[in-house]
Every structure is written in structure tokens, then in C-alpha cells.
Design a protein around this ligand. Structure first.
Ligand code: NAG
Ligand code: NAG
Ligand code: NAG
Ligand code: NAG
Ligand code: NAG
Ligand code: NAG
Ligand code: NAG
Length: 656
């Protein structure tokens, strides 16, 4: 395994050790840099539920499970002998949520009897937070008990109660009744090995049965949105300076097991949580759809980013299981209508569009911003390309007629198959080695300037093994971004900046990973129930997104294929000039910048430097191993900068 890794990097080292270059910077911009160029995206892995979406309880509403199975009780456990079963309730809390938790206190019980929810591999207990708990309950006709019910948080190790609140439940309640409670822990817990609990006095309730449905537990959320986002994850994303968010996913958009009914459907994700059935997601876990279309859109507004939204394109292929089939052209009409409805929910006029009226009724009469819509996801996989020409033609034809202001993106390979009408834009995906990324920094330089634009919608250096990219860690797959992978990506990104006359947006993928339930590595941001880990690639994304001008300044070109790359942008209004240098090689590189075309160049500038050993990573055990360091550097009309091995540098200097 490590041999291949060394081979790769020795090549880089050989090339880099020769490098000393002079970069002459042209004062006249060649093109403007689109405001969307740098950003971030949503991943389909455990990232919504148990991640960005702040809900703390896993399997909160027994969605999409088979009643009366052990699996249906995922994350739930009995306390002190309680009997728990998930039942298909004859009187469900709602049509969309047919299952409930049947809780029986065995006769002869005493003490507190109840059950727990383990959260998403733990629950953070923070004394600064007020937690909001809620649930529905009803008594089956045969049962009756009136008394105190306690909910709260407890330590797994010794069962100690960390916070709690009580309510009185009434045995006469045979219809579903909602209970809301809140509590604040007296002290923070030392770790996340804590659970949510519900209990009643077993002696008083012995022999009784209660049905429960639709539990929820929320900590404070980002910008205090009800049903909102987890603060630390949302803040990590916002701090990156994202311009857009691609959603509702790549594979998350499509179907599991070739069943169109299991695809993401916008209308199943809006309105009351009681009306959201959830779905068996593409990555092997149930999506609650609590993070629905409206919650996404409000989050984008809160962060100040815009959506790149996907609509389903009639293909049953999923990235998980290749070789599905497509809807025939004669069957596409209802799916095209559903895509129109989805777009109208986002931007339609409530006076003329029912989906827009629904949006207004949910509290957002104003349209959201929506400039980019992608038709499908990865329609280059399996048999999808053979049917994409008619699916593209019909979706694009109908949608662009109704929404001429939106730029639509195709998701097949660029130019193959030939699509008609010609796509205004393509979404390009690439998962490769660190070496591939620096070797392909000129990928877009040779593209025709024919009006087609590009979104580098998914990219990441994921393995050091070019012959087995998707293999195991033992075969070279990366568990975490490394300085070698991140500096390789940065080299590629300098090429995206240079080509930002045609590349209008780019996003690393996947964005989010729960370290206790991982379907794909590496990821940009990792987290567990209590903390967030910013990867080296995260810092590269942040450096690029937060240090970009609105004009691209041409300069001496890097050598195609080499490990050393740079790009220069400038803010027209402030004169701030951003010099980015990516050194993906194992030796220091010396660059002399010639800025003599400007009449004045400040004598000092700011350096933000991210660097570390080639295999160094930020991990749960050492989350801050590599972070950008800011310092002052000497600049002027001519200055030399030594870029360390495996580094990404941004020099900001004012020029006029
Ligand atoms: C790369 O993957 C191939 C195919 O699985 C494997 O035989 C080889 O050992 C791997 N190379 C390294 C360096 O791990
Ligand atoms: C639930 O499963 C148990 C054990 O497999 C079985 O005895 C019982 O009949 C099942 N109940 C229902 C309602 O299906
Ligand atoms: C979650 O992952 C972390 C880091 O690997 C580990 O320390 C912890 O024990 C895991 N938690 C659970 C509940 O598995
Ligand atoms: C319970 O629901 C039924 C059916 O919706 C309704 O007729 C009845 O009045 C309700 N009972 C109470 C006590 O709310
Ligand atoms: C519980 O809280 C929710 C959200 O604030 C609210 O919509 C609902 O009416 C509350 N239910 C009760 C019974 O107070
Ligand atoms: C969503 O709308 C489609 C029609 O576009 C319909 O078939 C489906 O049942 C709806 N789903 C929900 C949960 O309302
Ligand atoms: C709209 O979709 C229908 C149904 O697939 C198709 O017959 C028609 O040609 C499409 N219209 C345009 C303008 O592409």
C-alpha cells in the first residue's frame, strides 16, 4: 500500500526540486470571476439526519421500518424491564407515520420504567443549551393510567439523570395528544455517551400500555430556526464562505433498488412533520425528510448562499447499484410536472401557482433565489447515457420554456452523448488521486469557448492508488484528506480560477461525514455527536472561497503537469490582489512575482499558509493538526516567495 504512495510522491518531489520560477502578473484582467466560483455542497451520506439537521433522536418516528422487528427499534432500548414493540398502529398519529412505539410496563414492576434513545451515536449535553422535547401519546382502549411522566437526558455509564422535565399524562387520552417539554442541564457532560429517556413510575403503571409517536429533541439551532440546523456544523459551513449549496444531493436524489417511488420527492418533504413519510435513502439509512425543501432554502438564506437544485430526471440508476432502467419517454410527463412544481415551490408566484401558494402558507411568500437547476445526477453512469438524450430534451424543453431565467445543467459526460438542445451547462464529477489533480490543473484550458459553462460539482482526491480508486484504505483509499491530497486539489482549483470564464462553480464532495457511520471517505467536514473536524481540504476550500477577487489577472502560466501552480485574482474596488500558490510537491518552490505593471504595490502583504507533511491529516484524535497560519510578508513590485512542500498559500497584497 505505502509503496504506491511513495512512488506517486517521489515523482512529485523530483519535479518540484527543480522549481524556481518568475511569475509576471498582467495588470489587465482577462475575465471576471463569478461570485459562485467557490463554495460547498451537500453530500448524501449521514449528513442531513444526525448531522446538519439538528434533531438529536435517531429513528424518531419509526419511519420506513418493518413493524414488530428488532430493526424497527433501532436506537431505542428498554429501561428496567419495559416491553417495547414498534407496531403498525390501527389508529396512527398520521397517514404518513403509520408506526408507533408500544410501551408496556410489565405487571409487578417497580421503580422508574421506560426507554431510551441513543441519539446519533451519542447526545451532547451542554449546560448552556435549553433542549426542546416533544412526543405524541395515546392509551389503547384496554389501558389507563394517570400520573407523572419524566423525559430527560441521562449518562449511559451510570444512568445518572443530567436534565429532566415532567408532565402529567391522562389515561382518558385515547386520541393522540402532543406534549412539549423543555429542560436545561445543570452541568455539561464530559462526553457524548448520553441518551434521551422517557420514564414513568413502574409500580403505579404496572400492566399498562401506552403508544408513542413522533418523538423529537432539539438543542438550540442555527439562527434559532425551529426545526433547524445544528449550530456547530452550520457555523463550520458558513465560515467557509460558501456561495452556493448543491442539493438535495447527488445519489440522494435518485432511487433505491430501481423503485421510482423511493426517489426524493419535494412534496413529501414540506409541511407538518406529521405529513412527511421519510424515505429509505440511497446510502442505506432512513431519511426523515425533517430537513426538507423549505428548511434547506431557509438555511441557504441564513448563510447567504444560493442553491444549485437538482430535479429527478427519470432514471432509476443509483450510484449505489448500477444498471437500472429509465422511464420511457411516453411516461415522463408527470415527472416533468413534478419538477415544475418543485421549481415553482422555490420561485413561483403564490397568486398563480399552487406549490408557490403552499410556500407562502408555510411562511415564505417571497420567492427564493434560484438561478441553477440540474436535470438528474450522474447520468453518465450505467445505462443512463442511452436514455439521457430524450430525458434531457423533454425536461429541458419544458422547464426552460417555463423558466427561461434559470440556467439548466446536464449531468451526462460533456459531449457524450450529444444532447439537443445543447446544454447551457454541465455538472462535471471527478474522484481521483492527488497526482491526477495537479496533473490536470489545465483540464479546462483547452475547452472551447462556445457558450457552454461548467460546474465542477463533485471532486476530491480520494486515493493514492490510480488503479483502484474506490478500494479500501489498505489499497490506498484515503480516510481523511491529507496535505498531499489537499494541495493537489488546490493545484486543480487554480486551474478552475484561471478558467472561471467557463467554470462558474465548483464544490468538493462529499461535504459531511458522521465519523460513527461512514459510507464514503474522505469528506470535507467530519463530526460526531459533539464536535466538528475541519479537514485540510476544508481549509483549502475556505482559503479559495474567502480570498477571491472579481477579476482574473493573467500571469506567466505554470507548467502543465507540474506540482506547482498559481492563480491571481483582484478585487476591482479595493485593489486587493490575491495570489494563490499550490505546491503539491515534496520540495520547497521559489517564486518571484513581478507586479511591475501596477503603479503602486504595497510593501507588505498578508500570507495565509496551510502546510504539513504529505500524509498529515486532521482527525477526530487530532482535529487541529493543520490549520492556516496568518503572517505578514514583504511584497512590492517584485518579491520572492518560498512555497513549502505540500502547501497552499494565499498572499494578499494591495495593488493600484
Ligand atoms: C492498488 O490496487 C490494486 C488493485 O486492487 C492492488 O492490487 C494494489 O496492491 C494496490 N496498490 C497499492 C499500493 O495499494
Ligand atoms: C410480533 O413478533 C412476534 C415474535 O416474532 C410474534 O409472536 C407476534 O405474533 C408478532 N406480532 C404481530 C402483531 O405481528
Ligand atoms: C464514534 O467514533 C469515535 C471516533 O472514532 C469513537 O471514539 C467513539 O467511540 C464512537 N462512538 C460510538 C458510539 O461508536
Ligand atoms: C377522538 O377522535 C375522534 C375521531 O377523530 C373524535 O370523534 C373524538 O371526539 C375524539 N375524542 C376526544 C376526546 O378528543
Ligand atoms: C408543541 O410545539 C409545537 C412547536 O412549537 C407547536 O406547533 C405545538 O402546537 C405544540 N403543542 C402543544 C400541545 O402545545
Ligand atoms: C408527491 O406528488 C406526487 C405527484 O407529483 C404524488 O404521486 C405523491 O404521492 C406525492 N407525495 C406525497 C407524500 O404527497
Ligand atoms: C415536454 O415533455 C413532453 C413529455 O415528455 C414531450 O412530449 C414534449 O416534447 C416536451 N416539450 C418540449 C418543448 O420539449
Amino acid at each position: 500500500m505505502r509503496l504506491g504512495f511513495l512512488n506517486t510522491l517521489l515523482l512529485g518531489s523530483f519535479v518540484a526540486s527543480c522549481l524556481a520560477v518568475t511569475v509576471t502578473v498582467n495588470k489587465t484582467p482577462s475575465h471576471s470571476v463569478p461570485s459562485t466560483l467557490c463554495e460547498s455542497r451537500h453530500s448524501a451520506r449521514i449528513s442531513g439526519d444526525g448531522g446538519l439537521y439538528a434533531e438529536l433522536l435517531q429513528n424518531r418516528a419509526f419511519q420506513q421500518v418493518t413493524p414488530n422487528t428488532t430493526a424497527a427499534l433501532n436506537a431505542w432500548s428498554a429501561l428496567n424491564g419495559a416491553r417495547l414493540t414498534v407496531i403498525a398502529d390501527p389508529t396512527p398519529v398520521s397517514k404518513a407515520l403509520p408506526n408507533s412505539l408500544q410501551f408496556t410496563v410489565p405487571s409487578g414492576s417497580s421503580g422508574a420504567v421506560g426507554f431510551t434513545n441513543a441519539g446519533f451515536w451519542g447526545i451532547k449535553v451542554d449546560s448552556a443549551s435549553t433542549y426542546k422535547a416533544s412526543f405524541y401519546y395515546r392509551f389503547p382502549a384496554s389501558s389507563s393510567f394517570s400520573g407523572t411522566l419524566t423525559v430527560g437526558l441521562r449518562a449511559n455509564s451510570n444512568g445518572a439523570t443530567l436534565a429532566s422535565a415532567t408532565t402529567t399524562i391522562h389515561g382518558t387520552t385515547t386520541n393522540w395528544t402532543q406534549v412539549n417539554l423543555s429542560f436545561k442541564p445543570a452541568a455539561s457532560a464530559p462526553n457524548v455517551a448520553n441518551s434521551f429517556f422517557v420514564s414513568i413510575d413502574g409500580g403505579a403503571a404496572a400492566g399498562q400500555t401506552i403508544n408513542f409517536a413522533m418523538f423529537s429533541l432539539f438543542p438550540p439551532t442555527y439562527k434559532n430556526r425551529p426545526n433547524g440546523m445544528r449550530v456547530d456544523i452550520a457555523e463550520a459551513l458558513a465560515e467557509m464562505g460558501p456561495a452556493f449549496f448543491r442539493f438535495p444531493g447527488g445519489n440522494n436524489l435518485v432511487c433505491r433498488s430501481f423503485t421510482p417511488g423511493t426517489r426524493w420527492q419535494w412534496n413529501a418533504t414540506v409541511g407538518s412533520l406529521l405529513d412527511r413519510p421519510g424515505r429509505a435513502g440511497d446510502w442505506g439509512y432512513v431519511n426523515t425528510d425533517g430537513l426538507g425543501l423549505l428548511e434547506y432554502l431557509e438555511f441557504f438564506e441564513d448563510v447567504g448562499m444560493e442553491p444549485i437544485m437538482a430535479v429527478w430526471s427519470g432514471d432509476r440508476v443509483s450510484g449505489y447499484a448500477l444498471g437500472g432502467t429509465s422511464e420511457p419517454e411516453s411516461q415522463l410527463a408527470p415527472f416533468i410536472q413534478q419538477a415544475k412544481d418543485q421549481i415553482n415551490f422555490v420561485i413561483g408566484d403564490p397568486a398563480t401557482s399552487a406549490p408557490a401558494a403552499l410556500r407562502a402558507s408555510l411562511g415564505h411568500p417571497e420567492p427564493f433565489t434560484l438561478r441553477f437547476v440540474e436535470i438528474g445526477n450522474e447520468d453518465f453512469i450505467g445505462s443512463a447515457p442511452s436514455t439521457y438524450p430524450y430525458r434531457w430534451r423533454d425536461f429541458f424543453g419544458n422547464l426552460s420554456a417555463e423558466f427561461p431565467q434559470i440556467r439548466f445543467l446536464a449531468t451526462s459526460d460533456v459531449g457524450s452523448p450529444i444532447l439537443s438542445p445543447a446544454p447551457p451547462a454541465y455538472d462535471v464529477h471527478v474522484y481521483q488521486t492527488p497526482t491526477w489533480f495537479y496533473q490536470n490543473a489545465f483540464y479546462y484550458d483547452s475547452f472551447q469557448r462556445d457558450g457552454t459553462t461548467y460546474f465542477e460539482g463533485e471532486y476530491a482526491a480520494i486515493s493514492t492508488n490510480a488503479s483502484n480508486l474506490f478500494g479500501t484504505p489498505a489499497q490506498g483509499r484515503l480516510l481523511w484528506p491529507t496535505m498531499a491530497s489537499s494541495s493537489g486539489e488546490a493545484a486543480f482549483m487554480t486551474g478552475l480560477e484561471r478558467n472561471s470564464d467557463i467554470v462558474f462553480a465548483a464544490s468538493y464532495a462529499p461535504l459531511l461525514q458522521h465519523v460513527n457511520s461512514t459510507q464514503w471517505t474522505p469528506d470535507l467536514v467530519s463530526f460526531d455527536a459533539g464536535s466538528v473536524i475541519r479537514s485540510t481540504s476544508y481549509y483549502v476550500q475556505k482559503l479559495f472561497a474567502t480570498n477571491v477577487g472579481d477579476q482574473y489577472l493573467p500571469s506567466t502560466l505554470p507548467t502543465n503537469g507540474n506540482t506547482l501552480h498559481w492563480s491571481i485574482t483582484r478585487s476591482f474596488s479595493s485593489g486587493a490582489t490575491f495570489i494563490k500558490v499550490a505546491n503539491a510537491g515534496s520540495a520547497t518552490a521559489s517564486l518571484t512575482f513581478d507586479l511591475s505593471q501596477f503603479s503602486t504595490v504595497a510593501s507588505s502583504g498578508t500570507l495565509q499558509l496551510l502546510t504539513g507533511a504529505q500524509t498529515a491529516s486532521n482527525t477526530p484524535a487530532a482535529p487541529n493538526t493543520i490549520t492556516p497560519k496568518t503572517s505578514t510578508v514583504s511584497t512590492g513590485k517584485s518579491f520572492t516567495y518560498n512555497a513549502p512542500a505540500f502547501s497552499v498559500s494565499v498572499i494578499t497584497v494591495t495593488t493600484h
